[in-house]
Ligand binder design. Structure first.
Ligand code: SF4
Length: 346
């Protein structure tokens, strides 16, 4: 596998906004326009797909699922603010979930859903299933050869000036990122490289061969390792709705992330000790989304304050979009690792 990542970072950015503002180049035929419309609605699905099946509740097209050990590692360095959640609609979305409150078990006729906040949430053995991944605050970025930056949801660890990953050479670098797009190729799914080529031209996926990637964690081996199951669905009341609306608070994230950190690979078991420790770690330090920036500086990591600063700058920017270099003040000055740039890369 060989990829051309310079000026791209398509797998670290939700770049669909570039399509919506008509910024993509190329053919404008009806067929092309319809294809793009379908792509916007289902960026990971086939163009022909019409029925949602275990679709995520959130709208992130490039969610990076973390393993339990990676979740713990982020907590250990005080970077819990980098983490977010993904729930899914249950497969039998057309069926009425049993309406016996948030703590209901399986819905009728064998559906896997648990009803929470009016959503039938995919579950394993009556426990809502979820991923833990990385947040995407708005950052000013200019990928794919664009001259002007645009505010786009961008991985917390992406340097918007170089479009390189700040933790690429760090122990925190997620397995999923190091394996991308190999996992997609192994599963015979379209890669982000190909989606970028489709929309903006150029050659991104230079050689599509792949090895036999381990770490995919499919099926039951994913449980407790990458796919987490919450033992108390009632605790997710309100959380699920805010996850669907993209409005999770720090406290919302803390409960399921603590469950993930306390999970045991291959089982549904939760370690109470690890749960309590993780939750305490997640809630310590100041700040929350939209909170007062000045309260956030107790955080050990640059991550939480930088996310809140990006959110504030985006809210207050109006038509003025700052240059990506403002990241030096938002991220680097708070302690974010710098990136090498592309000089010297083949
Ligand atoms: S961790 Fe790095 S490689 Fe992975 S999505 Fe974020 S910026 Fe991209």
């Amino acid at each position: 596998m060989e990829v051309n990542c310079e000026g791209c970072a398509g797998c670290c950015i939700d770049w669909r906004g570039l399509l919506e503002d008509g910024a993509d180049a190329g053919d404008d035929s009806d067929e092309e326009s319809a294809r793009r419309h379908r792509r916007r609605r289902a960026p990971f699905g086939s163009d022909e797909k019409t029925t949602p099946s275990r679709e995520p509740l959130d709208g992130d097209p490039s969610f990076v699922p973390l393993t339990r050990d990676e979740v713990r590692a982020f907590l250990e360095v005080g970077a819990g603010d980098a983490l977010t959640l993904r729930f899914w609609h249950a497969r039998d979305e057309g069926e009425e979930p049993r309406s016996s409150g948030a703590s209901s078990g399986d819905s009728p006729r064998g559906s896997e859903g648990v009803e929470i906040d009016g959503h039938s949430v995919a579950a394993v053995a009556g426990r809502p299933a979820f991923f833990v991944g990385l947040r995407k605050p708005p950052k000013p970025v200019a990928p794919f050869g664009r001259e002007e930056p645009t505010w786009l949801p961008t991985c917390v660890f992406l340097d918007p000036t170089t479009l390189q990953c700040r933790i690429h050479d760090d122990d925190l670098y997620p397995d999923e990122c190091s394996a991308y797009p190999e996992y997609n190729l192994a599963l015979e799914q379209e890669t982000e490289c190909e989606r970028v080529e489709d929309a903006f031209g150029g050659d991104r996926l230079l050689e599509a061969g792949h090895g036999d990637p381990d770490g995919l964690l499919l099926g039951s081996q994913a449980i407790g390792a990458k796919l987490f199951c919450h033992p108390r669905p009632a605790d997710l009341e309100g959380v699920v709705e805010r996850a669907a609306a993209g409005e999770l608070s720090k406290r919302d994230r803390a409960e399921p992330v603590a469950v993930a950190a306390a999970s045991s690979p291959g089982t549904l078991a939760i370690s109470e000790h690890h749960y309590e420790r993780a939750k305490e770690r997640l809630l310590e330090g100041g700040g929350d989304d939209g909170g007062d920036e000045s309260t956030a500086m107790d955080d050990e990591s640059w991550v939480g304050p930088a996310i809140r600063d990006w959110q504030r700058r985006c809210r207050e920017a109006g038509e003025e979009i700052p240059a990506p270099e403002v990241a030096d003040a938002v991220e680097v000055d708070r302690g974010a690792p710098e990136t090498p740039g592309w000089d010297g890369f083949e």
